[in-house]
Design a protein around this ligand. Structure first.
Ligand code: A2P
Length: 270
């Protein structure tokens, strides 16, 4: 029996609108970290979508940014993968969050990197640079990805090897995942490349597509609108360059209302 003296004291918490509690924080480099938070009960989303999240600003107004949800739609918690910008209004603060802290999560998911916006096909390509990996962290754990496609190719281009770690660990864990491991089998082909540090595969993915190297390395046929589908998430320039490559290969851009052969979303930039 607890005496009143030992009873835990209820701490007065700051009241945030749409508050969720941080359950895990992992730092990868001085530029990258991931974190998990409790999931709002009212939040339903499709794997690949994004929501607005943030903190209360010094002016008493919420400071929110768009973040892809990196966890799949079936997960109890939400995961996010973020850059740290030293003078970024949100990320300069967000990078200091600890387990037990609260952040704001607006339960209004949107986005085009969803299966509904892609026609069925044989093979799906996920093209990511930097934190553009986040929506694919969700889609790689989504059963529909494996029900809809025979082959899943994930390319991730980063400046250096350390920036690949979040994605590499996630992909290594897929086959052991109790929920989707059996669906994944050997369907996933991972193609990581770096541009500013020596690694087994150097260069921008755009160059490696244009010179045909990626198709040689993976032993697959070139992009073909009959068989190939694509999802793209990176910087504006990256998205534009991949879109041009897809269109040259005869693939058309799709949307929620008009599914087609590829879809694009800009990664969160800070
Ligand atoms: P690079 O080092 O040649 O600029 P960032 O960290 O700046 O967001 O970049 C992430 C990765 O995306 C880097 O490896 C970068 O290569 C690459 N990248 C940036 N722009 C493009 C683009 N237009 N096409 C292909 N890769 C790009």
């Amino acid at each position: 029996e607890q005496s009143p003296v030992d009873a835990p004291v209820a701490k007065a918490k700051p009241v945030l609108p749409n508050a969720q509690t941080v359950t895990k924080v992992t730092h990868y480099t001085d530029r990258l970290f991931s974190f998990r938070v409790t999931r709002p009960q009212s939040l339903r989303f499709r794997s690949g979508e994004f929501v607005m999240i943030g903190l209360m600003g010094d002016n008493g107004k919420p400071l929110l940014r768009a973040y892809s949800i990196a966890s799949p739609s079936w997960d109890d918690e939400l995961e996010f993968y973020s850059i740290k910008v030293p003078d970024g209004p949100l990320t300069s603060k967000l990078q200091n969050i600890k387990v037990g802290d609260e952040i704001i999560v607006r339960p209004k998911p949107v986005g085009t990197l969803v299966h509904d916006a892609l026609l069925p096909g044989k093979r799906v390509w996920f093209f990511a640079t930097g934190t553009g990996f986040a929506p694919f962290a969700s889609l790689l754990r989504e059963p529909e990805t494996y029900e809809k496609f025979e082959e899943v190719i994930i390319t991730h281009t980063c400046r250096d090897v350390a920036e690949l770690e979040y994605g590499r660990k996630l992909i290594e864990g897929l086959k052991q995942d109790p929920l989707i491991g059996e669906l994944v089998e050997d369907k996933v082909k991972y193609y990581p490349t770096t541009t500013r540090e020596e690694s087994p595969k150097m260069g921008r993915i755009t160059t490696l597509i244009e010179n045909g190297q990626v198709f040689k390395d993976l032993d697959i046929a070139p992009l073909n609108p009959e068989t190939d589908r694509g999802m793209v998430c990176g910087s504006l320039e990256f998205n534009k360059d991949i879109a041009a490559i897809m269109e040259n290969a005869g693939l058309k851009e799709g949307s929620n209302s008009m599914p087609a052969e590829f879809v694009i979303e800009k990664a969160f930039v800070g």
